[in-house]
Design a protein around this ligand. Structure first.
Ligand SMILES: Cc1cc2nc3c(=O)[nH]c(=O)nc-3n(C[C@H](O)[C@H](O)[C@H](O)COP(=O)(O)OP(=O)(O)OC[C@H]3O[C@@H](n4cnc5c(N)ncnc54)[C@H](O)[C@@H]3O)c2cc1C
Length: 397
């Protein structure tokens, strides 16, 4: 049987990033990816937002962690970051869970720069910004005129970027190669067992191997290996998510727009395709289900069996009420993926990380981050764990 110091399950952004971290400490690290390519699932099919806190006015912790991780991610992955567009956050007058004032106040508390995009409210926000020492630029009334002001209370210009998942994948593939990680594609991990002395037996693509530790980074499939191994299933909520890929009309080119905080929409650049994603809180989810011990079914199976008829006409029709120029966007395609969150995120739309060391058996660790930049928080927890268990360093091994 092959012996490895660590086996990482899943070749998404998390698996790649954490495999590199492990390879800094351990000599023999193997990454098993079930599919034929790296970063081809949620790490590709997502809204590509590099979060800076604005999206989470109801969850201070997630907003603050986003603020902390944003500059780090942008610096570390600069060639994969698209900062060439202007990002607007608009607060709806009706149906929103926050008012424009609450949004601005929540952002002020976490130190996220919010600039007035509305000449009519510029004075008010200039004053708020002056109080926290944030630079205030002249308001752009033309951007505000894009919105239906009967439905939109206020519009803010913010600093939020998009990432190019293909470039991110190229960067991470090169980094794990340099770190000496062995990558195997088309290699699904099927089961894990505990061995004496704390080692983990792993069955991957029908072959068995032994690892000092196994780290599960399979996101929507987080519970699949655990369930097949008779280990506890972690409560998770899955959504079958569709994001339409659209060509924006000239009036909206160079912009990203998010209307918060309720059943509204987001339109973000999707750099790998040179298009924008259009998502809608009401129409992007085509259904949801929960993982539970009695009910567990691998999420990719549910996904594959589901109906993939686009809801783009509904998304566009409703979004155009707030941003009329969207009525002229042209549908090109859709990205479909399973979106997985912890059930407790339902209340406040937060994105806490999942870190379950020794999940069911010693040295089988399970992680999941609800967004790309959460990887820093997961990496920190993993490092603490490895320090605490005195995993030998690469040099000492
Ligand atoms: C619709 C949607 C929109 C999103 N928008 C954003 C956003 O704007 N910004 C943001 O930061 N985050 C966003 N996210 C969240 C983000 O995509 C995820 O947090 C992130 O991609 C998770 O990375 P991962 O590596 O854990 O998962 P994945 O990229 O899904 O990687 C998991 C990998 O594990 C593999 N795998 C599964 N089972 C096995 C097995 N048994 N053996 C071996 N391999 C296996 C899969 O094939 C896959 O490649 C969004 C997610 C979705 C779905």
């Amino acid at each position: 049987m092959e012996r490895w110091d660590a086996v990482v399950v899943g070749g998404g952004f998390y698996g790649l990033y954490l495999a590199e971290q492990l390879a800094a400490r351990l000599r023999r690290v193997l990454l098993c990816e079930a599919g034929p390519a790296l970063m081809a699932r949620a790490s590709y099919a997502n809204q590509a937002r590099v979060h800076n806190g604005y999206h989470y006015p109801r969850s201070v912790l997630t907003a603050v962690r986003s603020r902390v991780n944003f500059p780090r991610f942008v610096a570390e992955f600069r060639p994969a970051v698209d900062a060439t567009f202007e990002k607007l956050y608009a607060v709806a007058r009706r149906g929103s869970k926050v008012t424009a004032g609450q949004f601005a106040e929540a952002m002020r508390r976490i130190g996220a720069p919010v600039e007035p995009a509305d000449a009519a409210t510029a004075g008010q926000f200039a004053e708020a910004m002056r109080r926290i020492g944030a630079p205030v630029e002249p308001a752009d009334a033309a951007q505000v005129r894009l919105f239906d002001r009967d439905l939109i209370e206020d519009v803010f210009r913010v600093r939020e970027y998009a990432f190019d998942s293909v470039r991110l994948c190229d960067a991470m593939a090169e980094r794990v190669r340099r770190a000496g990680v062995t990558v195997r594609l088309n290699t699904p991990v099927e089961r894990v067992w505990s061995l004496s002395g704390g080692a983990v037996r792993v069955r991957a693509a029908g072959a068995e191997l032994v690892a000092g530790l196994a780290l599960c980074c399979s996101y929507a499939q987080t519970n699949a290996v655990a369930a097949a191994s008779g280990l506890p299933v972690i409560p998770l909520k899955h959504e079958l998510a569709e994001m339409a890929l659209v060509e924006l009309p000239d009036a909206l080119k160079g912009l990203g727009v998010t209307v918060v905080d309720g059943p509204f929409f987001s339109c973000m650049p999707f750099p790998p395709r040179g298009l924008h994603t259009l998502s809608h809180v009401r129409y992007t989810p085509h259904g949801h289900w929960y993982d539970g011990d009695a009910t567990h079914r691998p999420a990719y199976e549910v996904f594959a069996a589901a109906d993939h008829t686009t809801a783009f006409p509904h998304m566009a029709r409703d979004a155009a009420r707030y941003l009329p120029a969207l009525a002229r966007c042209e549908y090109r395609d859709s990205l479909w993926e399973v979106k997985t969150v912890l059930p407790r995120s339902e209340a406040d739309d937060s994105r806490p990380i999942l870190f379950r060391p020794d999940h069911g058996i010693p040295n089988y660790h399970v992680v999941m981050g609800g967004k790309i930049d959460n990887v820093y928080d997961v990496a920190e927890e993993l490092a603490k764990r490895l320090d605490a268990t005195q995993t030998p360093t690469r040099e000492a091994a």
